[in-house]
Each structure stands twice: as C-alpha cells, then as structure tokens.
Design a protein around this ligand. Structure first.
Ligand SMILES: [Zn+2]
Ligand SMILES: [Zn+2]
Length: 259
C-alpha cells in the first residue's frame, strides 16, 4: 500500500491511498484546480479516483468534494451526520446526492480491492469519523481532527503499518497564543484537536514493530513549532520513520507492506 498527503492543516486536507487497483481520496479541502495540481505532482489523474471518503463537514476537509465528485462522477462516502450537514451547506445538493453513500462508524465496507473501516472520533461536528484502510494484510490510517482519543480508537489503529496522525498544537503555545479564549477552549478541548503530547501518547499506545511510517500533520501555523513536535517524538522507536505533512507540500508517496 502507498499513501501521500496532498496537504495537511486548517487550510485544506487531502490524502490519497493506493492499493491493488484502487485509489482512494480521503477528504478534499482544496479547490478542484488545487487538487488537480497536487494530484499531477504525484502522477495521479483525477479519473483514477475510485471514491472520496469524507471525515466530516469542516471546510478544510469538504470544500472541493462536491465539485470534484460531480465533475468526475466519483462516489462519495460519509456518515449520515456529515451528509446532513452537506445537505444544508452545498448549493445544488441534488446534483451530488446520487453519488453519496451513507456509512456508519464500526461498519466496514469495501471499495474495489480495499476494505475501509470508519472509526468514531470526538470532534465538534455532528458525526465525525476517521478511517483505516486495509489491503492484503497491510493497513494505512488517517487520524486528524479529534480532541481526545478513546480505547476503541487505540484498538482500531493498533495494527496499521502507516498512519497520518494529527499533532495540531502545543498546549502552552495555544494557551499563550493569539486566539480568543473561546477558540482556545474549542481547539484544546476534548472535541477539538490533538496536542503534541496526546499524539505522542497515542502513537506510543498503537506502536508495534511493523508501524513503518508515521506522518505528523494538521499542524497549527499559530500554535505549534516543528522543534516542539520533534522534541516530543525525539525518542520514538527507531524502526518507525517519522515525517511531517505540510500545508503546501503534504508528503511524498510513502509505502508500507504487511511484512
Ligand atoms: Zn481539520
Ligand atoms: Zn474539523
């Protein structure tokens, strides 16, 4: 399996996962043009996308979904809560509605060669989910936009070989930073975003000898610094490659195996 972040952060998110004959896009917080450019850089044609999996309705995850799905007839998978929010938010919803497939946390489904596991996470929207994708014994997960983590999440992510994990903010920088008190509370709360310390704890919990790629992303531009994240992950087990997904450049293609 291979995966690549097209960009990660509050300015837009998108992750491509490729396995067997299947190419999945998780979230599209970019315009169609920006998505096209980011796919081109990674030698992926828009026509190759077999499905768009949507984690939740925040604009940095949803923005380009309707237009991209509509223009290339790509099936979209989202929870009922996310679909409801899309109905209220998207103009000409009817023109995309027939492409929508409602999914439910805890109920796996398959897109061509890949099994997809939607996982319930704590975030301040109607019905947020995140995903683990599996193919031929290997697994790749995406976990961003959650203010805390549950034992159930630890179980779901504990066998992945590759993971894009949120390290949103440093709690001291958030507390002393420029955001208004209300936003600080939201971001730092149990339904906001993971801080560096929480991410490190979670990564430690799910770590195993076959966790090959750990990508840290959805990094706040105001409330975090690379050095602080590096310090937190400093002595992470050396068998795991730890890299970063940036807002503009995302990551290169990263591959994992089941071995
Ligand atoms: Zn987000
Ligand atoms: Zn969000």
């Amino acid at each position: 399996m291979e995966f690549t972040s097209l960009g990660s952060g509050s300015g837009g998110n998108g992750t491509v996962i490729r396995a067997g004959n299947t190419t999945l896009l998780i979230d599209c917080g970019f315009s169609r043009r920006a998505l096209q450019d980011r796919l081109n850089e990674r030698c992926v044609a828009m026509e190759q996308l077999d499905a768009i999996l949507v984690t939740h309705e925040h604009g940095d995850h949803l923005k380009g979904v309707p237009i991209v799905a509509r223009s290339h007839q790509i099936p979209v998978y989202a929870s009922r809560g996310t679909v409801d929010a899309m109905r209220q938010r998207i103009s000409k919803f009817e023109s995309v509605e027939y492409l929508l497939n409602e999914i439910e946390a805890g109920v796996a489904f398959r897109v061509k060669d890949v099994d997809v596991y939607p996982i319930d996470v704590p975030h301040d929207v109607k019905e947020p989910i995140q995903f683990v994708c599996r193919y031929n014994g290997a697994g790749v997960g995406v976990l961003t936009d959650c203010g805390s983590y549950t034992e159930e999440m630890v179980t779901h992510y504990s066998r992945v070989n590759g993971l894009l994990l949120e390290t949103n903010h440093d709690s001291h920088m958030l507390a002393t930073g420029p955001y208004p008190a209300r936003i600080k509370q939201r971001v730092g709360g149990d339904f906001g975003h993971l801080n560096n310390r929480q991410s490190r704890e979670f990564a430690q919990r799910i770590h195993h000898v076959n966790l090959q790629q750990l990508v840290l992303g959805h990094i706040s531009q105001h409330n975090n610094e690379r050095g602080l994240i590096e310090r937190e992950f400093d002595n992470f087990p050396s068998g795991t490659s730890v890299t970063y997904a940036s807002q503009d450049g995302g990551t290169d293609w990263l591959s994992v195996t089941s071995e």
